[in-house]
Design a protein around this ligand. Sequence first.
Ligand code: ZN
Length: 321
Amino acid sequence: MAYQSLYRRYRPRRFSEVRGQEHVVGALRNAVNTHTEGHAYLFSGPRGTGKTSTARILAKALNCDNLQQGEPCCECTPCQDMEAGRSFDLFELDAASNNGVDAIRDLIERTAVGSPGRTKVYILDEVHMLSPGASNALLKTLEEPPAHVRFVLATTDPQKVLPTIKSRTQHFEFQLLSAQELETYVRWINTDADLDVDDESIAWVVRQGRGSARDTLSALDQVVAAGGVVTRAEPVEQLFSALLSRDTGQAIAAVSDALAQGHDPRVLGKAFLDSLRDTFLLSLGVAVPHLMAEDAEQFGAWASKLGTPLLTRAMEAVGSA
Ligand SMILES: [Zn+2]
């Protein structure tokens, strides 16, 4: 059998399996159970926090023949068809690549046609990418969809969604997971899948994830593929050390060492920028729950030494590099 990524293998199938979004899945499950679900939802939140997975679970629950207190049974024919991606009761549109009026008109025409199951669910991913014309074309259908139709609009950038769209939906916000939640999750998978990944690598995986369940499992896949050996992000520490001593030469040396060791400059740049951002937030006294305790301590020490103005300038410099 071909290797299946951990993210796919551990993709949640029921509301109760979605990690770290209890406020959202609890409300949805209750709505399904009492037949009071809304006709249009807006799911917003960072990438990899479970928006699309939750939308698919909702679609499954709304068509399940053997609903169990709001949870899909995952065994009946509608559930199985949904999981196999062959259900006619689920339609997913990536609004990032289908953002024009024509794609939305086509979708609206589809909604008028009946579907084999009880409810047809339309998932529009990255809905903030729709053109203004396409958004406006969607409004009327969003307000009064046919009785068998439900919409789930998903976005990583809710600020860019038209207010008229927002006001016609029930808005649920998905959150980044804390380092503690992710560590518990990774340790559970480590045991369940018999991966035998050591503590240091688990810490690295949680760090790479930065609060996203999907990115965390991708990092765990990398560790498994590499046989458990990972390098810690030392160049970032050296760059901070150069920043602390205001030493440009040391910074250049750290970068050229890292490149000589085969680090990808874009990955390094992003890692440094991410760390600067976390340190910046700590300098403002903002909590950063996705940081591991030891990192929060380290970054906190850097934050008080560097101060907010210097961190702001450093972020601007690295961000524009
Ligand atoms: Zn079912």
